[in-house]
Write a protein that binds this ligand. Structure first.
Ligand SMILES: [Zn+2]
Ligand SMILES: [Zn+2]
Length: 138
């Protein structure tokens, strides 16, 4: 993906273009798996934690990435596909965590099955993480 394309993505999301945003965006586009803040810290020592944190937050708020909750208490982020708008994320796809390499992937074309909850409750989001062995490790 060219820098020009990345700049366009940022522009389309009304984000100011900074080196850090370009680099982080590029990293997401090139990565098959979801990324955490510490993955990015390991990749870019030219940016401090706060800068990376703010970059992730601005991507999150503008619908470029989504947060993938996991039970380890560390947040991982996956790239959003066309359908997301600021404050209107649609993520009902399944996430997969590999128990061998630890990578988390978005299965964008696999929807979370309908869940049934008692009357009187309203679902806001459903998160499903399936774990096992990824295709790379199998
Ligand atoms: Zn794996
Ligand atoms: Zn995802």
């Amino acid at each position: 993906m060219s820098v020009k394309t990345i700049k366009n993505i940022l522009k389309n999301h009304k984000l100011r273009i900074t080196d850090c945003r370009i680099d982080v965006m590029n990293q997401f586009l090139n990565s098959k798996s979801a990324l955490s803040q510490s993955d990015l810290e390991g990749e870019f020592d030219q940016y401090d934690r706060v800068t990376l944190y703010r970059t992730l937050n601005s991507f999150l708020e503008s619908g470029i990435i989504h947060k993938i909750p996991n039970n380890q208490g560390t947040a991982t982020y996956g790239l959003c596909h066309d359908t997301c708008e600021p404050h209107n994320h649609h993520h009902n796809h399944i996430h997969f965590k590999c128990n061998n390499c630890g990578q988390i992937e978005c299965f964008d074309d696999r929807e979370v099955p309908m869940v049934s909850i008692p009357t009187g409750y309203q679902i806001e989001s459903v998160n499903l993480i399936v774990d096992g062995t990824c295709a790379n490790c199998a």
